[in-house]
Design a protein around this ligand. Sequence first.
Ligand SMILES: *Cc1c(COP(=O)(O)O)cnc(C)c1O
Length: 230
Amino acid sequence: MSNIPENVVVVRQRVAAAARRGGRDPAAVTIIAVTKTRTVDEVRQVLATGLTDLGENRVQELKEKWTALGGTAATWHVIGSLQTNKAKQAMEMASLVHSLDREALADEFARVAERDGKLVDALVQVNVSGEGSKHGIAAADLVGFLRRISERGQIRVHGLMTMAPLDADAEQSRPHFRRLRLLAAEAQRLALPGIDLKHLSMGMSGDYEVAVEEGATLVRIGTAIFGTRQ
Ligand SMILES: *Cc1c(COP(=O)(O)O)cnc(C)c1O
């Protein structure tokens, strides 16, 4: 049995301690509880702790929980790779899409947003490690991608997201997180309209403390809150 309320307390304490180690304000870090594979009852236990930011990988699963909980119960984040034909649904339910990772998806967001008279709020996912298995824009292509989004309008980019290669040793993630922070700072200097890279979505259960030390403003945490996934 996992104890969700206790786990949330521990994660909060660790995030705050890591922020202080990094010379940062703990309030500048938002914990996103990653709810994939979890039940609605488990999600309710998280919401009862006062944590209101939730992340889902798949739009279908997000929709089930969104419907069961009521659309306004939480702030939802889409964090997983998104099929182009799910872009519209993601826009309707999520406050922020962390996984804008390719031109075709940017095109679809812009198309739907323009048609519906809306703007889309997103983070650009960057494949910092260069691992072939990882989604995301290559670091070398980031500025070009941001320029095209900026010129087209419709998508507001609030920051960058990355996933470090899985490793038992969290310190192995540090150079990737640091690189993401530097990439954001570099691109921010271009002052592109509609692009304001103040958020860094990085860090999961195994490496969120390192991520916060390196400047994460959004950490995506599943296992450390809910226990091991089945
Ligand atoms: C599953 C997932 C997480 C959370 O993983 P944990 O190791 O359980 O904390 C974070 N980000 C993404 C993109 C995920 O798919």
